[in-house]
Design a protein around this ligand. Structure first.
Ligand code: SF4
Length: 491
């Protein structure tokens, strides 16, 4: 890992006060120079993982080739020299933020992973988290598997190696039937691009058509960047096997189950210009703001988003409440690498490096701040201080998700439960802790209404995964329970 530059970090999130997006995956087949498409797709998915990225391609003349690098896609996969080492009409790629495997990882943990089988090679890129990976790994190691990485995803390659099926897609089906948890996968052989979603469909995966070829991506924004047409979502529990000649073949290898898509994708993880379930993510977030304003009105002079993720909800809140919307906090878009040698004083500025208050707008106003979530509360406190320093008369927080009181085990990096503010405090205690005039969260039902479930959440069979809010985990996190995690008691 290259040494971290003191400015080369997410100042807003440097104290882990946002849930970290999981990973982004992309694949293309039947196109000239697939690696270029994959690199562009990964660039559009960079918000899902900034730690590292990798691409594998296959070309009949040169076989499989791969490149895995730390850092942003734009800093690595724009080099002509590197891209020339990745020839071929088929390729897959992955951007990662480590959700399993070592934190501050080694290059061996960077996907895609590759395996050479008797019927040929295969590469695989995984978004999600395998909740029984420890048990599988132990079993596989006892039976002779030699792991190259500390990633849960590598289990899939070893399970495939042990399968007795005759081709790669069938071996993958075999392997995935042993796997519990959340997975969206793109994989490739010499000629086939494969996409799979777990039976609950926790993580997203979409299919696109580009010229004569096909592509798979975590989100539709990655189709837009390469000019691909959106075809459809891969269904929960579906496997698609795509070749340049025969197009898309669909299989359903798993027992059907009610889907449990991650509701937090709507709130925060996905890009606002993506489409999920036929709905614009931006519009859903705006609607969350509308619901939030209906549920939690307050007299005020100004509605301000905490940029950027709070923006659509703040627009919806302002529209519904009739209170003027204003950019009371401005984000420094260029808070990336810099050559200034920072002093201790500058490093301690934290949030102020990335966000600044628009004093002229804030002074003397009763301000409603709309944010997407409260995790530890550290950033919320700092932002509140900045707003008060700028002369605000009152500060009211409105949060576009219910209190995050439980960790995610399905591919999102969450602090331990006791570090989540909502796990240890009531709403009123959180308000006092943050030192704001009022603090209100959207209700779970309100969130469900905003994502298009007019009657709200079905308590007996929720339409989404909402475990980080409700504590009701659709897949038992077996490894974590063995490590001492205590599930919510049944009511
Ligand atoms: S626990 Fe939360 S973040 Fe994780 S998959 Fe479920 S809704 Fe998404």
């Amino acid at each position: 890992m290259p040494p971290a530059h003191p400015f080369d970090f997410d100042a807003v999130n440097s104290d882990g006060d946002k849930l970290k997006e999981e990973c982004g995956i992309f694949g293309a087949v039947g196109v000239t120079d697939a690696a270029n498409f994959v690199a562009l797709g990964l660039h559009a998915l960079q918000h899902r993982g900034q730690e590292a990225g990798g691409i594998v391609t296959h070309d009949p003349e040169h076989g499989f080739n791969s490149a895995r690098r730390f850092g942003y896609v734009r800093d690595n996969f724009t080099s002509q020299r590197l891209m020339e080492t990745l020839p071929g009409p088929i390729g897959i790629g992955h951007v990662r933020y480590s959700t399993a495997g070592s934190k501050g990882a080694a290059i061996r943990d960077v996907q895609p992973f590759f395996g050479e089988f008797s019927m040929g090679g295969a590469a695989i890129a995984h978004n999600g988290n395998i909740t029984n990976a420890d048990a599988l790994r132990r079993e596989l190691v006892e039976r002779g598997s030699i792991f190259q990485s500390s990633s849960d995803s590598e289990c899939i390659i070893h399970l495939m190696a042990r399968s007795l099926q005759r081709n790669i897609p069938e071996r993958m089906e075999d392997a995935l039937r042993r796997v519990e948890g959340a997975f969206s996968i793109v994989a490739m052989t010499r000629t086939k691009l494969i996409g799979v979603r777990d039976p609950l469909g926790v993580r997203p995966l979409v299919l696109g058509k580009v010229g004569d070829g096909w592509c798979l991506a975590s989100e539709t924004c990655a189709l837009d960047i390469i000019g691909a047409d959106y075809v459809r979502e891969i269904e929960p529990g579906e496997m698609v096997v795509i070749t340049a000649d025969e197009g898309v073949q669909s299989h359903h290898p798993f027992r059907p189950q009610p889907s449990k898509f991650c509701i937090f994708e709507h709130v925060y993880f996905s890009r606002p210009d993506s489409i999920i379930g036929g709905q614009s993510v931006y519009e859903t977030r705006r609607q969350i703001g509308v619901e939030l304003a209906r549920e939690n009105p307050v007299e005020a002079d100004l509605v301000c988003p905490v940029p950027d993720s709070g923006t659509p909800a703040a627009i919806g809140f302002a529209h519904e409440s009739g209170i003027p919307y204003g950019m009371g906090i401005i984000r420094n878009q260029y808070m990336g690498r810099t050559f200034i040698e920072p002093t201790e004083h500058i490093r301690n500025m934290g949030v102020r490096l990335k966000l600044n208050v628009n004093r002229a707008l804030i002074k003397g106003k009763r301000v409603i701040l709309v944010d997407d979530s409260v995790v530890r509360g550290t950033t919320s406190r700092k932002i509140k201080e900045m707003i008060l320093d700028a002369g605000a008369a009152e500060v009211h927080f409105r949060i576009a998700s219910p209190p995050t009181a439980w960790p995610c085990f399905y591919g999102v990096d969450t602090p331990q439960r006791e570090k989540l503010l909502a796990a240890t405090m009531t709403e009123e205690e959180m308000r006092t802790h943050l030192g704001v005039d009022s603090l209100k969260f959207i209700s779970l039902d309100g969130l469900y209404r905003a994502v298009g479930e007019a009657k709200g959440r079905k308590a007996d069979c929720p339409q989404y995964c909402d475990a980080c809010f409700s504590g009701e985990y659709p897949v038992e996190p077996a490894d974590m329970i063995k490590k001492g995690f205590v599930m919510k008691a049944a009511e």
